[in-house]
Design a protein around this ligand. Structure first.
Ligand code: GLV
Ligand code: MN
Ligand code: MN
Length: 363
């Protein structure tokens, strides 16, 4: 076991060097979140490794099990950290003055976990080093549960795009300022929240399109003061790159129109822009074949949530196994998956690993 320069926690089975097979996910969770998102994938991967050891099974390549650093973006808005760093998509230059909500510099936090923040590039893997990456995860949706299925084969992963927006008006007396003389930042933000909802529901966005304003900071946030400034985040996601581009453009246009109409100043910065990730056919095939081997129907579905698999995709052929979760609830304390489904998911993960190993051996 080791901690790489990005503070990813990595267990390795097999000799040093060369190409590897990789299983993993994350063990961090959103604030006020659940206990299954990410964690199931790491525990499932460890279980696969344990079973291989107990059964004395040799794979043709060494196996790594990775608990990726900081997948959830709630800790610093650069996240996911570990998988992006491993893929070379995030370097030390991006860290700048990033500070965790606990007040530590991101660099110090990485070092405290055993990483090497001055040298995170050492965690980078190049194309070809990872023969295949597989991730087990709860679906975070209702498709499998509604169809009474335990297992799903992920086809593609929707891309989140996130903007930081500010709307600035004039803080003033909530009693003494007439309605027609106000420049209320929060009233403008409220319009933007509804605009984001409308944009995400537009036919252009296709089925997996979603939009959310999940965070607002209102200033000065007093009962008797007109809100002078609001900072907020806008997130849009889709599995369709074109729909996503249209949604981002529409957010920018709506924001400009709202600000003009209300005499507000505005800024918008798309800080996090991803592209949808179709998972390679042969990796989908490995998971589908594993389902067939174990007697599960093959149900293919896209992922609306994002995952380390998507961030690792530029350097590793990635496949994902979904398991059913209760009422699709996730990023909330009610998040739940039955132990039996987790066990079945781990079995499919292990079987898919055999398939990927076979492909690696024959390549
Ligand atoms: C991951 O947690 C996501 O926000 O999709
Ligand atoms: Mn999550
Ligand atoms: Mn997750």
């Amino acid at each position: 076991m080791r901690v790489d320069a990005a503070a990813n926690l990595i267990g390795r089975r097999g000799g040093p060097g060369g190409r590897v097979l990789m299983l993993g996910s994350h063990t961090d969770t959103v604030e006020a979140g659940g206990r299954f998102d990410g964690i199931v994938g790491v525990v499932g991967a460890l279980e696969v490794a344990r079973c291989l050891n107990e059964a004395g099974v040799e794979l043709s390549l060494p196996l790594e099990v990775v608990d990726f650093l900081c997948e959830e973006p709630t800790i610093v808005n650069l996240s996911p950290l570990g998988s992006r760093i491993m893929a070379g998509n995030l370097t030390g230059e991006h860290f700048g003055g990033a500070v965790t909500p606990f007040g530590d510099a991101l660099t110090d936090a990485i070092d405290a976990l055993g990483g090497d923040s001055a040298n995170v590039e050492a965690a980078r893997r190049s194309l070809g080093e990872i023969a295949g990456y597989l991730e087990l995860h709860i679906e975070q949706g209702v498709v499998l549960e509604r169809e009474s299925l335990a297992i799903g084969v992920v086809t593609s992963i929707a891309a989140p795009c996130r903007a930081r927006v500010s709307l600035t008006g004039v803080a003033d007396h909530a009693g003494a300022t007439p309605m027609n003389e106000r420049r209320d930042g929060l009233a403008g933000a409220a319009e933007l929240v509804l605009a984001v909802e409308r944009i995400a529901r537009a036919p252009d966005m296709i089925e997996e399109g979603v939009g959310t304003v999940g965070w607002l900071s209102v200033s000065p946030n007093m009962v008797n003061v007109i809100p002078g400034r609001v900072d907020l985040t806008v997130e849009v996601r889709s599995t369709d790159a074109e729909a996503l581009a249209i949604a981002r453009r529409s957010v920018d246009e709506e924001l400009r129109a709202i600000a003009d109409r209300r005499g507000l100043e505005h800024t918008v910065e798309w800080q996090h822009v991803e592209r949808p990730v179709p998972l390679p056919e042969h990796m989908q095939g490995a998971v589908a074949q594993a389902c067939e081997d174990l007697g599960f129907p093959v149900r293919r579905l896209p992922s609306r949530a994002s995952h380390d698999a998507a961030r690792l995709a530029p350097v590793a052929p990635a496949g994902m196994v979904f398991i059913r979760c209760k009422e699709g609830r996730s990023h909330c304390p009610e998040e739940w998956a039955d132990l039996d489904d987790i066990v079945q998911g781990a079995r499919v993960l292990g079987q898919a690993l055999f398939r990927v190993d076979e492909m690696a051996r024959n390549a």
